[in-house]
Write a protein that binds this ligand. Structure first.
Ligand SMILES: O=C[C@H](O)[C@H](O)[C@H](O)COP(=O)(O)O
Length: 165
């Protein structure tokens, strides 16, 4: 049974240069709250770095942990969060949602069972982004049949190429 209790939750984080300040802040803040943080980089600031590898590695780690039965969520950061979300969503089993306020973050968990959140570091203050991320990590999937059914249709297409109406 998954639990979103801080002490029981792996959080995989990745960014590019545009989200590095936010990433460093979140790593330290979330560790302080008791989350088990794994930082997928980058290690050093490089204004010409490319987000796909960092985000794909974080998404792979989230999917692997959840497949192994562990509680895990991911955070991918960039200037807008757009490309980071796209990259993470190329990993089979990843459901990365771009959140821009607390509501979209909570709905991503409650309705879409998102396992990663994407955020734009250039779109929020550190405080606002932290509030959004915390809301995402604390929210839970509702489990409602209609939401599970819709997520199932996405997964079915991902795995088979068949579109279910
Ligand atoms: O979707 C992509 C992200 O927002 C990137 O962080 C952004 O494109 C990086 O922009 P730049 O290379 O101009 O710093």
């Amino acid at each position: 049974m998954e639990s979103n209790m801080e002490g029981n939750m792996e959080v995989h984080i990745a960014t590019d240069h545009a989200g590095m300040e936010l990433s460093a802040h979140l790593v330290s803040h979330l560790r302080g709250l008791g989350y088990e943080l794994e930082d997928h980089g980058p290690r050093e600031y490089d204004a010409l770095d490319d987000y796909p590898a960092f985000c794909i590695r974080a998404a792979e780690a989230v999917v692997a942990a959840r497949t192994a039965g562990r509680s895990a969520l991911g955070i991918v950061l960039g200037g807008s969060g757009n490309g980071e979300q796209m990259a993470a969503n190329k990993v089979t089993g990843a459901r990365a949602a771009l959140a821009w306020n607390v509501d979209t973050a909570v709905l991503a968990r409650e309705h879409n069972d998102a396992n990663l959140v994407a955020l734009g570091g250039r779109q929020h203050s550190l405080e606002e982004a932290t509030t959004i991320v915390e809301a995402f990590l604390r929210a839970e999937f509702s489990g409602d049949e209609r939401h599970a059914r819709r997520i199932g249709k996405i997964a079915h297409y991902e795995l088979t190429g068949e579109i279910l109406d």
